[in-house]
Write a protein that binds this ligand. Sequence first.
Ligand SMILES: [Zn+2]
Ligand SMILES: [Zn+2]
Length: 291
Amino acid sequence: MMPSQLFQEAPYRGRRAVLATMHGKEQAIGPPMRRLLGLELVGAPELDTDRFGTFAGDVPRNGSMLEVAVRKAREGMRLSQARLGLASEGTYGPHPDIPFMTVGREIIVLVDDDAGLTVQEHLITHDVTCTLRFVEPGSDWMSFLDEIGFPAQGVLVRSHQASRNAYLRKDLRDAAEVAAAVAQAARLSQDGRARIETDMRAHRNPSRMAVLATLAEKLAHRIAAPCPACRAPGFGVIETHKGLPCSECGTPTASIRLHVHGCLLCEFRDERGRPDGRLTEEPYFCSWCNP
Ligand SMILES: [Zn+2]
Ligand SMILES: [Zn+2]
């Protein structure tokens, strides 16, 4: 059978996929999947995504973000005996160049065992609340909690100077529980200080949940894009090429020149210019004009 006969229009309409999450991500990922694809998400019973790694660091992550996301999706599919699975994975840390700036990377995948393909999308964000404060039990840490939007935005409390996971409290519900955790963490710290940090799990971090909704929308659009040759879902950018020429001298710069759109199943490729239509780069970014 030719591939073109395998894929009809809207191949996911009326189907169900397992979303591998313990952290309420269906509220962000479910709506765009339903609206743009007609795909319904269901949870996986007995799923423990924490064993693939946690933000708190008590379970280290093994492998790349893409590998972990696919592994989580597959675990959800295995538990539910499903052929379609979704999962996402995020990482947050200090910006490499800008002090006090946090940068986050989120990736999301749809694994389709019937079609034999995995569609992925990712995004980089600076909009997620991700910060920490070192405090003493008597100091004014309440203003920090107000600043980050506690309790909708959750916090973790641990000792400042102790072996990293000697004391770690999550799921603190109110200021009194935070106070008790701060006192205990400070007592166990060599310098008598506790560390309060933002919880990065989606259900305890509203700004991250919003970013996941944006990413899910991006993935749904990609899944909805069929390959012009074989109609397989997930047609989109598979490579970017740098070398946008300088407007003054034509020297290739480090800016993106073109995107290669490709199919996940067949060999069809389509080179396209930048989405913003620009054909040249400012001399400011040229290594010849502005060395
Ligand atoms: Zn130039
Ligand atoms: Zn194709």
